[in-house]
Design a protein around this ligand. Structure first.
Ligand code: NJP
Length: 242
């Protein structure tokens, strides 16, 4: 008796890398891309959480990654290439936030946020750029709605997100000749452990991680002729002028 062939999924045969995959938006994105058929490598520092995620899907693999550390990024990229091959979809999602007035912001805070959000984005994108060019791939940068606005108490975080936005646009200009697409994902408030590390339940007033993961899945499953430069969206609980 022959078994029915399962229907083809849009990301069958593609390799995706997701950074900041141990929780929140990154974890939801790993699940979503895996369900669409991609082989997914999930990177972050919390190895137990990553192992639990990888145990959910046969096509998800966990690898330790500190995006702020050039050696860690190099080791991660080498392992991806050795064990899985060239990357078609890169989701640069890892990020942290520290908030407060400028007088209360320490140099250590400043360096930590810029090291993860800006240096980390640069290191990870650079590590997989040759793959993306060779595969006519897709880079997704999870920045924020504050990549193009700011607020009192947000100088450090929003400066880092503005820097990521500039990086995303310059990247698009550099790779478009090779058919590579770059999408900047700019959500409003999302119910995650972001900021103080405490997991918050999704409630009215915030997006859920799955909302962002679905937006990313939408972007990376468009036909090759479609480039979504940015996805800018908010929860209905967030005031439109905020
Ligand atoms: O936050 P959270 P989100 N190397 O804290 C990882 C942006 N965003 O999912 O390393 C590698 O639950 C960390 O893993 P671990 C935000 O700016 C958010 O909300 O194990 N990974 C964890 O998996 C960020 O860019 C909101 O600690 C590192 C993940 O990053 C992205 O969304 C609104 C790392 C953070 O998970 C995901 O944040 C918005 C490192 N050095 C934009 N450091 C929001 N939540 O409201 C941290 O507009 N990670």
């Amino acid at each position: 008796m022959t078994r029915p062939t399962p229907p083809a999924r849009p990301l069958d045969g593609r390799l995706a890398v997701v950074t900041g995959a141990s929780r929140g938006i990154g974890r939801a994105t790993v699940r979503s891309l895996a369900e669409l058929g991609a082989h997914v490598v999930a990177g972050a520092r919390a190895e137990d959480e990553l192992a639990a995620l990888a145990a959910e899907h046969a096509n998800v693999h966990a690898l330790p990654l500190d995006v702020a550390d050039a050696d860690s990024v190099r080791t991660f990229a080498d392992a991806v290439h050795r064990d899985h091959g060239p990357v078609d979809v890169l989701v640069a999602n890892a990020g942290i936030g520290v908030f407060g007035p400028i007088e209360a912001t320490t140099l250590e805070d400043w360096d930590r946020v810029f090291d993860v959000n800006v240096r980390g984005t640069f290191l990870v994108v650079q590590a997989f750029l040759a793959d993306l060019r060779a595969r006519r791939g897709h880079a997704v940068l999870v920045t924020s709605d504050v990549s193009a606005r700011t607020f009192a108490g947000g100088a450090l975080y929003t400066a880092s997100k503005h820097a990521q936005r500039a990086f995303a646009r310059a990247l698009q200009m550099e790779v478009e000749e090779d058919g590579v697409r770059v999408t900047e994902v700019r959500p409003g408030v999302v119910a995650t452990a972001f900021g103080d590390g405490t997991e918050r339940p999704a409630e009215y007033g915030a997006l859920e991680s799955d909302d962002v993961a679905e937006a990313i899945a939408f972007a990376v499953t468009r036909p090759a002729r479609v480039r979504l430069d940015e996805l800018h969206f908010h929860p209905m609980g967030q005031k439109a002028e905020y």
